[in-house]
Design a protein around this ligand. Structure first.
Ligand SMILES: [Fe+2]
Length: 191
């Protein structure tokens, strides 16, 4: 009798447990899908930047901006191969899926470059466009890193964290370039 009593609630618990395990695994497979979609999106975006950054370098006047963009171009190549490592780790074929947001940001950048005259104004335009790109990448890698952590993909999470840090530093570097340019202009005006 006692056995039966104790059996009944525990088997009910067992059913609940099975349900919650099923629910959790459904959630994690949906999260995995979101994660893969996000990776394909940023893979497209990074490859698009590989073509867009050289155009920005050509249009930049200040040496400092030129250097910042050139070093970020090198980082972008590294970031692409890091993403390919991530795809390998999760055993998914590396595939780029068009990122409408990045396409828009790159389009905006080329419009700014066309509409500004060569010199400090065009540099300011390039910096503002490049920082929008960086902020998009920071948001994306921040989310993907978090997803990887939730999915217990430790190695993947480490790789994404490296890229996230690079994007943050690239953004700070662009802010420094902008500040220096403003300071130079201000000192020229004062002279
Ligand atoms: Fe990037």
């Amino acid at each position: 009798m006692e056995n039966n009593k104790s059996k009944s609630p525990s088997s009910a618990k067992g059913t609940d447990k099975t349900k919650s395990i099923k629910k959790a695994s459904m959630k994690s497979s949906q999260l995995m899908q979101l994660f893969e979609d996000g990776l394909k999106d940023i893979y497209w975006a990074e490859n698009a930047l590989l073509k867009a950054i050289p155009k920005m370098i050509k249009k930049a006047t200040s040496e400092e901006l030129n250097e910042a963009l050139t070093s970020h171009l090198e980082e972008t190549k590294e970031q692409i191969s890091r993403l390919e490592k991530v795809f390998t780790l999760i055993e998914v074929k590396a595939k780029a899926e068009k990122c409408d947001a990045m396409e828009g940001l790159i389009k905006e950048a080329s419009e700014i470059m066309e509409s500004c005259e060569e010199g400090s104004m065009r540099d300011a335009g390039i910096i503002s466009a490049a920082q929008k790109v960086e902020h998009y990448e920071i948001a994306t890698y921040g989310t993907l890193r978090q997803f990887a952590e939730t999915l217990n993909l430790t190695e993947v999470e480490k790789l994404l964290a490296i890229t996230l840090q690079e994007e943050k530093e690239a953004d700070l570097k662009l802010s420094d370039v902008a500040m220096d340019a403003i300071n130079v202009e201000a000192s020229e005006e004062a002279a």
